[in-house]
Design a protein. Structure first.
Length: 235
């Protein structure tokens, strides 16, 4: 039996084959889902800290003062965009309103700007608790990573880690609250056969979630944990 979200995805995909693409931002005709006028409006990240992905103040530095003083468990965050208009709306509409036409565009944009991963690295998707997946009807991060995998070559896994505690929604929480909320939320189900793991998530907000997962992975003996995300929230 086909789940409703898969049927929704198939129907939207079929309509897209019949009707021409339109820009998901302005509605004008566009072959790839976004027109040449709106593409430069997407908020690209520039001159950011290599550890946390937030803007740097010093012109020639690579790591911010906070990460130097208290290094996170995450070694590097790559996010090509800020979570700002109009990109934030594309992600929200895909994630919470099942706008499947946005999935293809988001995957294409990420693959266009993402550097190729190290051959020995293992990419994993940020796990969601089963209860949250049932509430939404699908796993947005898993679907996005699978779409990116069609555009890039890398080794990925959905079986190494699990979210073992159903955490509260973190919207509106301060950094300290998010850190407490995510404590002991993850567990490894399978040992890694590499010393370099990349966590993929759709949006990094304060970094508390990816940092807690990186902590769990490093406790299992992995030396380096990076993060790929489509967007990063600006403080």
């Amino acid at each position: 039996m086909i789940k409703w979200h898969k049927l929704n995805k198939l129907c939207r995909g079929g309509l897209q084959m019949i009707y021409p693409w339109h820009c998901v931002v302005c509605g004008l005709m566009a072959e790839q889902g976004i027109c040449s006028h709106c593409l430069p409006l997407l908020p690209r990240t520039q001159h950011v800290c290599q550890r946390c992905g937030l803007p740097l103040i010093a012109a020639h530095s690579e790591v911010c003062g906070q990460c130097l003083a208290k290094p996170p468990y995450v070694d590097h965050i790559f996010a090509p965009f800020w979570f700002l208009p109009p990109l934030d709306r594309l992600i929200i509409d895909y994630k919470y309103h099942q706008r499947w036409e946005n999935l293809s565009l988001l995957a294409t944009l990420f693959a266009q700007y993402c550097p190729p991963p190290v051959a020995s690295s293992q990419i994993i998707a940020m796990p969601s608790h089963a209860q949250r997946v049932r509430q939404r009807g699908f796993n947005a991060v898993y679907e996005l990573l699978k779409a990116i995998r069609k555009r890039m070559i890398f080794t990925h896994s959905f079986a190494h880690v699990a979210r073992i505690r159903h955490t509260e929604a973190q919207t509106g929480m301060r950094r300290e609250q998010r850190q407490h909320n995510m404590r002991n939320a993850f567990a490894l189900k399978k040992d890694f056969q590499t010393q370099h793991v990349i966590i993929f998530d759709d949006v990094v907000t304060t970094g508390a979630t990816v940092n807690e997962l990186a902590h769990t992975i490093k406790r299992a003996g992995v030396e380096r944990v990076d993060v790929w995300a489509l967007a990063r929230t600006v403080k």
